[in-house]
Design a protein around this ligand. Structure first.
Ligand SMILES: [Zn+2]
Length: 163
C-alpha cells in the first residue's frame, strides 16, 4: 500500500536535517513533488486529514514542502521569520504517526520566505492554521517532530483511523 512508503516515527531519517535544494536541481524535483502529491492524496483519502507533507517523510532529504489545500504549492528552502510572541496550543497530527495527536505550542503568526517552483523568491504572511501547519512542516526539514515539542509528558492522544 502506498501509505507504507511514508517514513514513520522512529526512522532515523526523520531526525536528520535536510539539505537545501540547489538551483541546478530544480529540473529534477518533479518526481519528488509527484511522489509527495501521490502520498498526500492517498493519506487524505484514508485519514480524512493532511494538508501538507515534507520531503523527508518520503525519504527525500531535501528542504522541500508540498502543500495542497485549495491548490498545490511548493516551498523550496523555506525560512520562517517574524515569529509572533503570541502563541497558541493545538492538537497536532502528522502523517508519520497518524494514530497520535500531540499537544504543542505554536506561534500564532509568522512569515515564510521561500523559493517557488520557478526559483522566484516569495514571501507569505501566515496566521492561525496556516502558521501552525507550516511551522510543523518546517520543523520536519530540521529533524524536529511534533512529539519533541509536546507541551508536557501527557500531551498525547490516540486517534482512531476513520471508518
Ligand atoms: Zn508531520
Amino acid at each position: 500500500m502506498a501509505l507504507d512508503e511514508i517514513i514513520k516515527l522512529g526512522d532515523p531519517r526523520l531526525y536528520e536535517a535536510c539539505e537545501p535544494v540547489g538551483k541546478n536541481e530544480l529540473p529534477q524535483l518533479q518526481p519528488y513533488i509527484d511522489k509527495m502529491h501521490r502520498l498526500l492524496t492517498e493519506f487524505r483519502s484514508v485519514w480524512k486529514a493532511g494538508r501538507a507533507i515534507a520531503a523527508p517523510q518520503t525519504g527525500v532529504m531535501k528542504q522541500l514542502i508540498y502543500m495542497h489545500i485549495d491548490y498545490p504549492l511548493i516551498f523550496i528552502n523555506p525560512v520562517l521569520e517574524n515569529l509572533s510572541n503570541e502563541t497558541m496550543e493545538v492538537w497536532d497530527d502528522c502523517m508519520s504517526f497518524p494514530n497520535l495527536l500531540v499537544r504543542v505550542r505554536r506561534h500564532k503568526s509568522c512569515t515564510i520566505k521561500y523559493r517557488d517552483a520557478n526559483w522566484r523568491l516569495q514571501v507569505m504572511n501566515l496566521s492561525g492554521e496556516l502558521s501552525e501547519l507550516l511551522q510543523h512542516e518546517y520543523d520536519h526539514l530540521h529533524g524536529i517532530l511534533a512529539t519533541m515539542r509536546a507541551t508536557d509528558n501527557k500531551a498525547f492522544r490516540w486517534r482512531e483511523k476513520p471508518e
